[in-house]
Design a protein around this ligand. Structure first.
Ligand code: SAM
Length: 285
């Protein structure tokens, strides 16, 4: 039988050691992984090296010893190059947005980092839907972007409806759930402040950072809070960031989580707080 054609296209394979650590850390804390009935994780479009799926496995293993990671790449040459590193919970396969897995298994998590960046905005919805349809109930799709060294990143967290496992709360709707910004705080002042992330927004938002759009309002508000809390920089960039995020919340932005995650340089909001105003990419079935 001929395997189905991989959906998508081969793009540049740029990657780097430790580049995706902020995404790894966020997935490790996520209920879709922690409560998964079967913690099978896909790193889709892992690029020219086996390193990011290997790092993902190591970081997730600290919270779920039974996790397995499958690196899926649309470029067969990159899969052949990674093959010698397979074993001990790590495997590699050729494929695309259709996320082929042995026995048609449904993953608890799919991470697609720096993949859609090289597609058109009009292709995002179809790619999201295709990957979401492959997830286990309550599963997580992380789709986002970061810079070369992983200091500036952002992503959309999308969920499949249902409960990830026994005792976990059920997700009501399939589609985008959250938007996260994650920044290396000690280099943020030199980088010009939080809106440095404008260049590293997910494809769904990068063309929406214009007046009239919510993500533009968010980045302006965050920069204002960052500037307002500049005196705290004498203590630490972390204190300045935490105060800026708290200020954003006090202004009425529906900021999620608390200081424990803000301290990591993260800011997560519901997707609805940044979603394009024309209703594109609202998600759902
Ligand atoms: C820029 S690299 C990103 C590598 C790694 N994820 C990272 O962030 O460092 C993008 C990779 O995604 C692959 N890719 C593009 N479209 C894909 C698809 N539909 N399915 C699987 N892989 C895809 C490309 O071949 C390329 O190797």
């Amino acid at each position: 039988m001929t395997p189905p054609r991989a959906e998508g296209r081969i793009t540049r394979g740029t990657t780097g050691v430790n580049r995706l650590r902020r995404m790894d850390r966020w997935i490790a804390a996520h209920p879709a992984l922690r409560h998964a009935a079967d913690p099978l994780v896909v790193d889709l479009g892992y690029g020219a090296s086996h390193r990011t799926p290997a790092e993902l496995l190591a970081r997730l293993r600290a919270v779920r010893h039974d996790v397995r990671v499958v690196g899926i790449e649309i470029d067969p040459a990159r899969v052949a190059a990674a093959a010698p590193y397979a074993g001990d919970g790590l495997s590699f396969a050729v494929g695309g947005f259709e996320v082929p897995l042995a026995g048609d298994a449904r993953p608890a998590v799919i991470r697609a980092a720096n993949v859609l960046r090289q597609y058109d905005e009009a292709e995002v919805d179809g790619a999201w839907r295709r990957m979401l349809a492959r997830l286990a109930p309550g599963g997580l799709l992380l789709e986002g972007t970061c810079n070369e060294v992983g200091r500036v990143g952002s992503w959309v967290g999308l969920r499949a409806a249902g409960a990830p496992g026994a005792g976990a709360s059920a997700v009501a709707e399939t589609g985008p759930e959250t938007f996260t910004i994650a920044l290396h705080l000690d280099s943020l002042a030199d980088a010009g402040g939080p809106s440095v992330v404008a260049e590293r927004l997910p494809k769904a938002l990068i063309h929406r950072n214009v007046p009239g759009e919510r993500v533009h309002e968010l980045l302006r508000a965050l920069d204002t809070q960052w500037a307002r809390n500049a005196p705290l920089a004498t203590f630490s960039a972390r204190q300045r960031w935490v105060a800026a995020v708290r200020g954003l919340r006090d202004e009425g932005w529906p900021v999620r989580d608390g200081v424990a995650r803000w301290r990591l340089g993260e800011l997560t909001l519901p997707w609805a707080a940044v979603a394009p105003r024309d209703g594109a990419l609202a998600g759902g079935e």
